[in-house]
Design a protein around this ligand. Structure first.
Ligand code: AHG
Ligand code: MN
Ligand code: MN
Length: 342
């Protein structure tokens, strides 16, 4: 009988291998294992809500805006609440931050305080909810900075992505798949609905270094900067152009789904700075979207930059900071990054 490895078993085995300090890469201290189990459980309940769709009354818009001025969908709020309720009482967290909340959510006094900080985009791809296209939940885990004392503040969250101790996403598509890194490569788990557990279905995920597939919202072309225009223009010229090969295009408008495709078969994803709102560095959020996805991509042998710098090295200056994102197959990301300096 083929052995089936559950997420629980994977995490227990990772924990057993842990000997170093609490924040050493690839190691899972008990609190972090618990945290990841709880996040996975929350993803299961979000998945259930997503699957019910109209039958569960979860589609459509809520009558509220988030801190970024975006109209919230009912599922943005539901997923945010599920993640908070699941994570606040276990004793593994000091605080949480979410794309859907203005400030940080400190674990209430009635529960024990842990050492970790959890950040999430509770529902990524909101515009796809009502049209039954893949959406997801993205999460990132930081350790509370050493010497930050009792209590927790927004400042404690402002750490570069390179300091993440775990990151992942759960994509709700034809299958529900949880993708995770704790700094020891990327692993994928598929939700077995009969058993109610995530089962390991792919280890050692690797992104091919080259690709013939790009993902970008082409409707913004006239607003892009010169380097991105040049890159896409060269791709579009196909075999007759400087690249000497034809490119294919995909744009799902859920970063989770686009990144999932890239982790599965390669490709390049871009949401670059553009001239629509030139004062904003980009659309995507550094701490809830770009950092966790960049770490996953790097752990799978890909690359991720904002056109100039490695995203994981960016020192955030605020919780809801935005960033330009270019990630995926290494040689293509390096090419676009080079175009930014020429
Ligand atoms: P969110 O639903 O969390 O606001 O994120 C949506 C993001 C990202 O998932 C996707 O790649 C991008 O926005 C799509 O943007 P456009 O609609 O501008 O293409
Ligand atoms: Mn998002
Ligand atoms: Mn979102």
């Amino acid at each position: 009988m083929a052995k089936s490895i559950s997420l629980t078993r994977y995490l227990v085995e990772q924990q057993r291998g842990h000997t170093g300090p609490a924040d050493s890469p690839g190691a899972i201290p008990p609190q972090l294992r618990l945290l990841l189990e709880v996040v996975a459980r929350a993803c299961k309940s979000i998945s259930l809500a997503v699957n019910k769709g109209a039958l569960g009354g979860v589609l459509g818009t809520a009558e509220s805006e988030n801190v970024q001025g975006e109209i919230q969908k009912k599922l943005d709020i539901i997923a945010n609440e599920v993640l908070i309720e699941a994570n606040e009482w276990g004793g593994h967290l000091a605080a949480m931050a979410s794309e859907e909340m203005e400030g940080i959510y400190v674990v209430p006094n009635r529960y024990p305080q842990g050492e970790y900080l959890l950040l999430f985009d509770p529902l990524d791809g909101s515009s796809n909810i009502d049209v039954n296209v893949s959406i997801g939940t993205i999460f990132s885990v930081l350790h509370k900075p050493e010497g930050s004392g009792a209590g927790v503040s927004e400042q404690d969250f402002l750490q570069a992505g390179a300091r993440q101790v775990a990151a992942g996403y759960c994509v709700f598509g034809p299958q529900t798949t949880l993708v995770l890194t704790v700094g020891a490569g990327v692993v994928m788990f598929t939700l077995d609905r009969e058993q109610g557990s995530f089962v390991l279905t792919q280890e050692n995920v690797k992104i091919p270094e080259d690709t013939k597939e790009f993902a970008i919202n082409m409707s913004n072309m006239r607003h892009w900067g010169t380097p991105v225009k040049r890159y896409i223009d060269e791709c579009l010229q196909g075999v007759e152009g400087p690249r000497g090969k034809d490119f294919n295009m995909r744009w799902i408008a859920s970063m989770v789904a686009d990144v999932h495709r890239i982790l599965t078969r390669g490709g390049i994803f871009m949401y670059p700075w553009d001239k629509r709102e030139p004062e904003k560095p980009g659309k995507l959020r550094l701490m809830y979207e770009a950092n966790p996805m960049s770490w996953l991509v790097e752990q799978a042998g890909g690359a991720s930059t904002n056109g100039k710098h490695r995203i994981l090295d960016i020192q955030p200056s605020k919780l809801h900071e935005r960033v330009s994102v270019i990630l995926g197959s290494k040689n293509e990301v390096e090419r676009v990054t080079r175009y930014h300096s020429e």
